[in-house]
Ligand binder design. Structure first.
Ligand code: AHG
Ligand code: MN
Ligand code: MN
Length: 329
């Protein structure tokens, strides 16, 4: 590639050329996710001016009140992907059951999972939020009912969009992680963060400490150690949007933790459309993701909405967590 400005479409085409025989189906799916995210970004920027903030009367499968923007984003993702004919099923945080797509898509060779809007509680207060997605190849000889329940290690692509001080699209296809910033004047994502690598250790730990009294001893001891680390001065950061906390830690180094606790035995985050896509990204950036015992990407899912503890970030801090759990339980 030359030194000229590289937009997302060109980058994806260059990537596609590395795979002789690639049909372009996959690139089309990614293009459509990027397109949906531009519409979402536009709408989010109007929040407060038009009547899109606030909650609806409905709840999702986790019992959480759905925000108007949750449903808007969910709809935009489905509307972008459905007509491609390349996706045979989709699963979303905001859909109780996965949806097959219209008849013409039964031949689609891919399935897509997504959290259309991550960090919903931050919508009303102008704090960064995001969209998370993962793409799997449809399994051979599957009528498309089983392909959504694949372990994260089978992901062919994952990524997120962060709607922050700028809008960024960050993704991996297993060939490193690349980040693109939306230039609103031309409406294009431009390559701004090529080949992102997370530092091997960092200065940040991100955990909701209000759960302290509900944690197992190993988690308490770990956090105590981080507060008084003999070699490093750690600082705590917690935005409450996984995408934003993750994005910051990936660029600066550090660890994000949402472990299990007495109240939520599996933590809060969802394996299929939160933990797995982020785990694929962090490994591609040189970091690690675990639930405290297993590598996140190795977990064999039992159902679409299952939760998992998630400890994700720089190698040093994640390995230290594992050693504390092993020592103290
Ligand atoms: P969502 O808005 O998609 O339901 O996800 C919210 C998640 C995640 O983004 C964040 O890290 C976590 O909830 C925050 O949880 P607490 O409110 O317990 O801190
Ligand atoms: Mn979420
Ligand atoms: Mn969500």
């Amino acid at each position: 590639m030359s030194n000229s400005i590289i937009n997302l479409s060109r980058f994806m085409l260059e990537e596609e050329k590395k795979y002789p025989g690639a049909s372009g189906d996959f690139t089309l799916i990614l293009e459509q996710i990027a397109f949906a995210s531009k519409i979402i970004s536009r709408e989010i920027n109007k929040a407060g001016l038009v009547n899109i903030i606030g909650s609806t009367k409905s709840h999702n499968v986790h019992g959480e009140t759905q925000q108007k923007l949750d449903l808007f984003c969910n709809e935009k993702m489905i509307q972008a992907l459905d007509p491609t004919g390349k996706v045979c099923a989709m699963a979303s945080e905001e859909l109780d059951e996965p949806i097959g797509v219209s008849d013409k898509s039964l031949e689609g060779k891919y399935v897509v999972v997504f959290d259309p809007l991550d960090g919903s509680s931050n919508i009303d207060v102008n704090v960064s939020i995001g969209t998370i997605f993962g793409i799997y190849k449809r399994l051979d000889d599957d009528d498309c009912s089983k392909s959504l329940l694949q372990p994260g290690k089978n992901l062919v692509c994952s990524g997120y969009v962060i709607y922050g001080s700028s809008t960024m699209f960050v993704y991996t296809t297993g060939n490193g992680v690349n980040g693109f910033t939306l230039d609103p004047s031309v409406g294009e994502f431009l390559l701004s963060h090529p080949n992102i690598k997370i530092p091997q250790f960092g200065k940040i730990y991100s955990i909701n400490e209000s759960n302290y009294d509900r944690w197992a001893t190993g988690i308490k001891e770990y956090v105590k150690f981080m507060r008084n680390h003999p070699d490093r001065q750690y600082t705590a950061r917690w935005i409450g949007s996984l995408v934003a906390d993750f994005h910051r830690n990936m660029l600066k180094g550090g660890v994000f933790l949402y472990p299990e606790n007495n109240k939520n035995r599996k933590g809060k985050l969802r394996l299929m459309y939160e933990a797995n896509p982020m785990a694929f990204l962090i490994e591609q950036a040189g970091g690690m993701a675990t639930d405290g015992t297993s590598r996140i990407l190795d977990i064999v899912p039992k159902e679409i909405h299952q939760k998992t503890p998630l400890i994700i970030g720089s190698k040093y801090e994640v390995e230290l967590y594992l050693s504390y759990r092993e020592k103290y339980g």
